[in-house]
Design a protein around this ligand. Structure first.
Ligand code: WT7
Length: 652
């Protein structure tokens, strides 16, 4: 039997939540025949409604789609309280610190912590339904607890990744008009303390009048600056809070959270997610894609600051009643066997990480996995960028011992949850391929005219029907939302959601993602807008113009390559110094994740006569490729050769 070739363990096939491609096709056909019926059935089955919804889908204000209209629910209740009937003593969160300290929170303990924190937000800081709370947190249980506490009282959280700089944090605080910032003194990384609170202090040093208070959790115990009347100790205030808190009855469409992500302009987009649709799909994909069983221990290595951390460390696993591991440290500390040691120790069943981490662990410790018992593993997941065949093979053979299902999950911040992924133990896998859309997801690869692209040819990856966990809008900018996602692709004359990714389909219908088609770079699975980096570089006083592109990188997937035009010839004497200064500015404006791998100084950047920078040419030059593009439309066609020579002489 075909399936057994891929999945040698018959038990796994027998027990899988979707057992075969026949079952997959049945589900997909059900969705095609009665789309609302399909989603309505799952919404009834999976969600503990406070008040049932009246209508599944409202398309009248497209592309502002609404789901489960009239329903009332609470996501913290769905993720925690409702499980108390059947699993109050089950581990909800297992925390492992950078230095190996451990903490387990059962569902009952988590329920109490969430309620205490919710009461604190309400009573001490006056947080009400609809208020925005920014979380600038390390990977500690309080990050998840604070997210759920917001959900409990209907506040909208916006988690900002701890690697972002004060400037980036401020932009996000101001855009969301946050009332409260929750942070920690700092945390630990690679055996040493690092700090977060000073970054918050700097962010709040201007333009943040909206912020009324900062709530600080003690994690590394380092000294921090304290602003009286603004800063409060979480550890002190929490002591007097009641462990009981009513769950606010939220409307299906009330925003659950904002999460800022990069687009094609310099300003990050506040992706707004909903309550009912988001949690439904988070839970369903946990069950389908990770085949969650009651005794499983699941570990996703992402950071809570990204969508993967939201949906697949906190909301999805907890909604599904699973045990989820939160890891504060890095996979390479104290050595490249840390993850495999943890897999052995906690008997991890599902392990979910990024291709960049797989490549790094392969390179730094190809034989490390051999030292550990990895037999508990059943499913291995990857996310964030296309996985390359060598990394896939090592993951499959050395980590999975050729017995695990690999799920290459394709999705985005905006999609809320997985869109395209193999179903473990059902989908015959092809290495390094995201395979098929999940049941209910109408993903199609189309050309400019909305026609399906021929087999083997690149097209645009579009989702042609709204789905429950989709982005609802960009915070405060509905126009940008409609334009960014529904402005490029049409099918049957109707705007459809365009992901920004290119993709290909093969003769068996398998879909492979080929990468972004817009000005977005993917560095270690983190999305970076070229315009954001360019805006930062522009702040250097000697920079006249610049253009940034992605360049293939063996570990990070893509690295950032910047072409910089300086204001005066004489500045060339201080190139090395200028490079250092530019990177300092990037670190200050965005954070270390956006540092450039290569910076070259060029006399000009190639522009069309209308002034548009031709990044495609710059991408080819960075890669060392032959220039095949037509350069005759450029303002100065000779510039291409000049830049090529400079790059070649730099031997980058
Ligand atoms: C972009 C979304 C989704 C959580 C992490 C990143 C790329 C994501 C895959 C995959 C190929 C992938 C796409 C997408 N991407 N997963 N399995 N195969 N590409 O979230 O920051 O919103 O980035 O990541 O380019 O558009 P994000």
């Amino acid at each position: 039997m075909l399936q057994e070739k891929y999945y040698p363990n018959k038990e796994h096939i027998k027990n899988a939540s979707i057992k075969s491609m026949d079952e997959y096709n049945e589900l997909m056909n059900a969705a095609k025949e009665d789309y609302e019926g399909f989603w309505g059935k799952f919404a009834n089955e999976k969600i503990d409604w406070i008040k049932p919804y009246d209508k599944v889908l409202d398309e009248s204000e497209a592309p502002f789609y609404k789901w489960f209209i009239g329903g009332k629910l609470n996501v913290a209740y769905q993720c925690v309280d409702r499980h108390l009937k059947t699993k109050k003593n089950k581990a909800a969160i297992i925390f492992e610190g950078d230095n190996g300290d451990k903490r387990v929170l059962t569902y009952l303990e988590l329920a109490y912590e969430v309620s205490r924190t919710a009461n604190m937000f309400k009573n001490e800081f006056g947080i009400k339904k609809g208020d925005r709370v920014v979380l600038y947190m390390p990977m500690i249980p309080e990050a998840a607890i604070s997210m759920l506490a917001c959900a409990k009282i209907g506040a909208i959280h916006s988690v900002v990744f701890g690697g972002f700089s004060a400037e980036a944090l401020r932009d996000r605080i101001v855009d969301a008009e946050a009332k409260l910032v929750v942070t920690s003194d700092g945390a630990f990384r690679k055996g040493s303390p690092y700090m977060l609170k000073p970054v918050v202090d700097e962010a709040l040093s201007k333009d943040c009048e909206c912020v009324k208070a900062v709530c600080v959790i003690e994690r590394n115990g380092e000294d921090v600056n304290w602003v009286a009347g603004r800063d409060y100790s979480y550890n002190e205030l929490i002591k007097s809070q009641s462990k009981y808190c009513e769950s606010e009855a939220m409307d299906s469409e009330d925003p659950l959270f904002l999460l800022y992500t990069s687009g094609s302009t310099g300003k990050p987009k506040g992706v707004q997610h909903s309550t009912a649709g988001y949690i439904l799909w988070a839970q369903m994909t946990m069950e389908w894609v990770f085949d969650m069983k009651d005794n499983d221990t699941y570990w996703c290595t992402a950071d809570v600051g990204w969508i993967t951390g939201h949906t697949y460390i906190v909301y999805g696993p907890l909604a599904a009643g699973a045990t989820t591991i939160m890891f504060e440290g890095v996979p390479t500390f104290p050595d490249a066997g840390r993850c495999w040691k943890m897999v052995e120790e906690y008997r991890v069943n599902q392990f979910y990480t990024a291709p960049t981490a797989i490549r790094l662990l392969h390179k730094m410790g190809a034989d490390e996995p051999k030292k550990y018992d990895l037999s508990s593993l059943r499913i291995l997941g990857t996310v964030g960028e296309p996985i390359d065949p060598p990394a896939w093979k090592w993951y499959y053979e050395e980590i999975g011992r050729s017995k695990c299902a690999i799920v290459d999950t394709y999705w985005q911040t905006e999609t809320g949850g997985h869109m395209i992924s193999p179903l473990p133990f059902a989908t015959p896998i092809k290495p390094a391929c995201a395979t098929f859309p999940l049941p209910g997801i109408m993903a199609e690869i189309i050309d400019e005219n909305g026609n399906p692209t021929p087999i083997g040819e690149k097209g645009f990856m579009c989702i042609t029907k709204p789905w429950p966990s989709m982005i609802r809008t960009i915070w405060n900018d509905g126009e940008r939302f409609a334009k960014s996602y529904f402005g490029d692709c049409k099918k049957d004359g109707k705007p459809v959601y365009f992901t920004g990714d290119g993709a290909m389909i093969d003769e068996e219908g398998y879909m492979t993602i080929t990468g972004r088609t817009d000005d977005v770079i993917n560095v270690s699975g983190h999305r970076m807008g070229t315009a954001e980096v360019e805006a930062a570089i522009k702040k250097h006083p000697s920079v006249a113009a610049n253009a940034v592109v992605g360049k293939p990188h063996p570990i990070k997937g893509e690295g950032i390559f910047a072409y910089v035009v300086l204001k005066g010839e004489d500045n060339f004497a201080t190139e090395a110094e200028t490079i250092k200064e530019i990177n300092e500015i990037i670190k200050k404006e965005i954070g270390a994740i956006a540092l450039c791998d290569d910076i070259v100084f060029v006399p000009d950047v190639p522009k069309t006569r209308s002034g548009k920078i031709m990044r495609r040419i710059l991408r080819s030059i960075a890669k060392g490729e032959e220039i095949t593009q037509d350069t005759s439309t450029l303002e100065d066609p000779t510039i291409v050769r000049k830049i090529e020579e400079i790059v070649r002489s730099c031997k980058l």
